[in-house]
Ligand binder design. Structure first.
Ligand SMILES: Cc1cc2nc3c(=O)[nH]c(=O)nc-3n(C[C@H](O)[C@H](O)[C@H](O)COP(=O)(O)O)c2cc1C
Length: 435
């Protein structure tokens, strides 16, 4: 019997999805209302997705000669606070996990622990927190900071941060909630404790006043790609999402994170690694090939936008560079792994050529063809990599693209026994650990 794998969806923020793409209806004005996101959550739940991850950042990009291009083209803007749409999604679903992103630099740990515990309560145990350190000086300045701390230091601080958050979540022991109508006792004071945390960067008294989270410790998602980031993820994450490219890279990444987790005394099987994919699904192979060509043409037409978007995650202003010269030496205090992969692929190519190639290559692995063909490709990839699943990241999210996945691809995956047909459990972590 085939080994099952997990599925997630990477939603580009609580925002305009796919501005300028076809079949997006009136998204330019409808995005403020949550209807599309709520329907999407219901549709993904109908076919057994493990979770939806809601990306976030808390600033408007400026890394491409100012803000103009970001606002014109709706590049990572607008961004509603993801906790609101996450809460709304939980109210129209019963099983799927909802995983909003919160940056450690933007939320004091007490506020974060309380927010995530509250979301876990209203979802009856289906919340994950996509734990990011943040990487942009522009974002840092929205919170009174002069800029982001150095890359590795951010993870050192995050180690301490997560320690406090976990202690706050544990500040209500199991059994602390009594709610006994007979005796009139609501909570047992002997089971609710201060945390009295005093570390290098954070100081928190506790206990958490929201009460306990149904999962005890809500699920933690992470996407560390650099060696320091992987070490962090291996130590704390229940699920890791990554965009590392190619089967060999995916396997190496997974083996590395699992080895790190083992060395830290964790069971590597308790960490589910999901690989970013953007399948191009057609009714026929010809249709899929046509869509692929259209996608490449669109990327070439929108070269500046793609550079602006990429530059935002790297804190690099590509507008100052000559498109027709080799990329030369580039460094970042932002997403290190993406830059390393980009530089490796670019070699001596010009920026224009390197970006064209970067945009035309698939995310982790190419998935192209009919639903049946893609189901085979996914099966093969998982056999080679060893697990644990895929995170869909479609650049053209719309009701149509969601339906291509839920009603086109998923039946093919389910028929092969590669994914679940229905949920075995009510809470997110239990469903992640089902297989
Ligand atoms: C699938 C995926 C989703 C991510 N989502 C976010 C996000 O919502 N917000 C954010 O600030 N960073 C996000 N990141 C960036 C990661 O947190 C991380 O910074 C990046 O993968 C680079 O790894 P490093 O920090 O170890 O260099 C995401 C990365 C990946 C691969």
């Amino acid at each position: 019997m085939a080994t099952k794998f997990h599925l997630g969806w990477f939603l580009q923020g609580s925002s305009v999805q796919a501005w300028g793409e076809p079949w997006t209806g009136n998204i330019g004005t409808d995005w403020m209302q949550p209807r599309f996101f709520m329907e999407m959550a219901q549709n993904l739940e109908r076919v057994g997705f493990d979770y939806i991850l809601i990306e976030d950042s808390s600033y408007i990009g400026e890394s491409f000669n100012g803000r103009g291009i970001y606002l014109n083209a709706a590049l990572s803007v607008p961004r509603q606070d993801p906790s609101v749409v996450a809460a709304l999604m939980t109210q129209v679903t019963k099983r799927i996990g909802i995983v909003p992103t919160f940056g450690t630099f933007a939320y004091p740990p007490y506020l974060l622990a309380r927010l995530v515990a509250t979301l876990d309560q209203v979802s009856a145990g289906r919340i994950g927190w996509n734990m990011v350190t943040g990487s942009s000086d522009y974002a840092a300045r929205n919170f009174g900071l002069p800029g982001m701390p150095d890359h590795d230091l951010r993870y050192d601080m995050a180690d301490e941060y997560i320690d406090v958050v976990k202690k706050l979540w544990a500040s209500w022991e199991p059994g602390a909630l009594v709610a006994d109508n007979q005796t009139g006792v609501f909570a047992d004071p002997s089971k609710v404790h201060s945390v009295d945390f005093e570390g290098k960067w954070y100081k928190v008294r506790g206990p958490l006043n929201s009460g306990p989270a149904p999962q005890g410790q809500p699920v933690i998602a992470q996407a560390g790609g650099s060696p320091r980031g992987r070490q962090f993820a291996a130590g704390h994450a229940d699920t890791i999402v990554t965009s590392v490219k190619g089967i060999a890279g995916m396997k190496a990444y997974r083996d590395d994170v699992r080895a790190r987790a083992k060395a830290l005394g964790r069971n590597p099987d308790h960490i589910k690694l999901l690989f970013l994919v953007d399948p191009i699904i057609g009714e026929t192979m010809e249709e899929a090939e046509m869509k692929k060509a259209r996608k490449a043409a669109r990327a070439a037409e929108r070269l500046h936008e793609r550079l602006a978007h990429f530059g935002k995650t790297l804190n690099i202003d590509f507008s100052t560079m000559d498109l027709d010269k080799p990329i030369g030496e580039l460094t970042t205090n932002g997403h290190q792994q993406s830059l390393d992969e980009f530089k490796k692929k670019a070699g001596n190519k010009t920026l224009r050529e390197a970006m064209a190639e970067w945009n035309s290559t698939s995310l982790c692995v190419e998935l192209l063809g009919t639903p049946d063909a893609i189901a085979s490709q996914m099966e093969e990839a998982m056999q080679e990599v060893g697990g644990d699943g895929f995170l869909f990241s479609m650049p053209n999210v719309s009701r149509r693209t969601v339906a291509e996945v839920t009603d086109g691809l998923l039946p093919a995956l389910q028929a092969r026994g590669l994914v679940r047909k229905k949920y075995a459990f009510e809470q997110l972590r239990d469903n992640l650990l089902e297989y």
